[in-house]
Ligand binder design. Structure first.
Ligand code: PLP
Length: 452
């Protein structure tokens, strides 16, 4: 079951949510009998019942009840060309006929590696894994092994997947976060050993002076600074050049490495956000779009550092890695078929789509006096139900009341044929048309009118 944008029945976009008699609601009740909370991925849960998808095509998806939605989530930023892209489908279909999993290498792995090494100058060598979480973990382990040091520094509120150290201070709250200039390291998952927080220094995004002192205090214990230059959970704030310069310079003065997390931000340009900002990190973690819609992650960087993954002279590698499905040929051909289609023009169009959404939403807020704002770059944006200037996680973090407003917006948008995240992060794919942008903006305007 797929749908063509031109044949979308406008009636199939409008429906009431929640609907306890819908097939989605029924599936959710059934899921509870075998899966805690009814889903393996908490981010797909929408209360009181999530939406179960039947198919996707281009910029649109259809649920199991036949409702159509403009996809403003794109599997949390992993789809870039559009759903069911013909080029990716052809490559995958051909691969399926030849077998899908072997304890042998494939040429497809080398092809995707070569493409990424060519596109991102700081990536001289690269190794694949199955998720962004693993990619970040691999980069942290590589930095520790290369420097012989235990600590990392990361930005408060920044999401880097679910590896213990990388998720430190992801959910800090005013009760736990401490001073603005010296964020407390707060473990995220219950049961995390106390030593994890002790091994992670937490930086306030865009605060150069405070970050320098925090990094200085780490001294020769610091292996690496892990940084996402457009952190989605910290509100997609614009990054200050002075902050970036401080982080890079201080890390290097101390003999520590810089790991850039481009799991999301690679979708900002051919060379990722490091290309746009003119940065050259030591290591980079990738994921999402490089798998062409299949599970993926990759750690890349300087050749001498990446050698920690190599077994030299028959010795065990300094950082042994495995992964039954790492560099799986289906993912590799899908990733190559996707990434190889992206050109400078693709990124210019993605920017145009994002600008259309940002501009349209700002007009709606101004025309109707809504105290909202929108941040973001390229095809990524985030809606905020307040006007606090956002420079870091502390201003972006939603109060309980604001979180309820965002959840309500998500439900109102569902009723108007837009699939959107529950905390305001939005992402569009290349198949998005100008009519789709207008549909999104109109749905936001209409939804906000019902929330007032
Ligand atoms: C910046 C960033 N890093 C890492 C990850 C983890 O990637 P994955 O979900 O593939 O484990 C994510 C996921 O959203 C992310 O946004």
């Amino acid at each position: 079951m797929t749908q063509d944008r031109k044949t979308i029945d406008p009636d199939s976009r409008r429906h009431a949510y929640p609907d306890e008699s819908s097939r989605s609601a029924q599936l959710y009740r059934r899921a509870h009998r075998s899966i805690p909370d009814g889903a393996s991925r908490s981010m797909t849960l929408i209360r009181p019942h999530p939406i179960y998808v039947a198919s996707g095509n281009g910029a649109w998806v259809m649920d199991v009840d036949g409702h159509q939605y403009l996809d403003a989530n794109n599997n949390f930023t992993s789809i870039i060309l559009g759903h069911a892209d013909p080029g990716v489908n052809e490559a995958v279909t051909e691969r399926l006929g030849k077998g899908t999993a072997f304890a042998m290498g494939t040429e497809a792995e080398i092809e995707l590696a070569e493409l990424l090494v060519e596109r991102v100058p700081s990536i001289e060598r690269i190794r694949f894994c199955n998720s962004g979480t693993e990619a970040v973990m691999g980069a942290i382990k590589a930095a520790r092994a290369f420097t012989g040091r235990p600590m990392i520094a990361k930005v408060e509120g920044a999401y880097h997947g679910t590896y213990d150290h990388a998720e430190t201070s992801l959910g800090s709250s005013p009760d736990t976060w401490g001073n603005d200039d010296a964020p407390v390291s707060v473990a995220y998952a219950a049961g995390t050993p106390r030593s994890v927080a002790e091994e992670v220094a937490v930086l306030p995004f865009n605060n150069a002076a405070a970050s320098r002192s925090i990094l200085d205090r780490c001294g020769d214990q610091l292996a690496a600074v892990l940084i996402d230059t457009l952190p989605s959970r910290a509100g997609l704030p614009d990054v200050d050049v002075a902050f970036l310069e401080t982080v890079f310079t201080t890390a290097r003065t101390q003999g520590a490495l810089v790991i850039m997390d481009e799991v999301i931000s690679l979708r900002l340009g051919l060379g990722g956000n490091q290309g746009r900002l003119g940065l050259r990190p030591d290591l980079t973690s990738l994921g999402k779009i490089i798998g062409g819609g299949f599970p993926v992650g990759a750690t890349g960087g300087r050749a001498d550092i990446m050698d920690v993954f190599a077994s030299i002279d028959g010795q065990r590698a300094a950082v042994p890695t495995a992964g039954t499905f790492s560099a799986n040929p289906v993912t590799m051909v899908a990733g190559f078929a996707c990434m190889n289609q992206l050109t400078e023009a693709s990124f210019a169009r993605l920017e145009e789509i994002g600008d259309g959404i940002r501009h349209g939403c700002r007009e709606v807020f101004a025309d109707h006096g809504h105290d909202w704002q929108i941040t973001g770059k390229g095809s990524l944006f985030r809606l905020h139900p307040h006007r606090r200037p956002i420079r870091s996680y502390r201003e972006a973090r939603l109060t309980d009341g604001e979180a309820k407003v965002m959840a309500a917006l998500q439900r109102r948008l569902l009723e108007r044929g837009v699939y959107f995240s529950g905390y305001g992060l939005g992402c569009m794919n290349l198949a998005t048309t100008d009519a789709d942008i207008a549909h999104f903006v109109e749905a936001v305007a209409d939804s906000l009118a019902t929330l007032d």
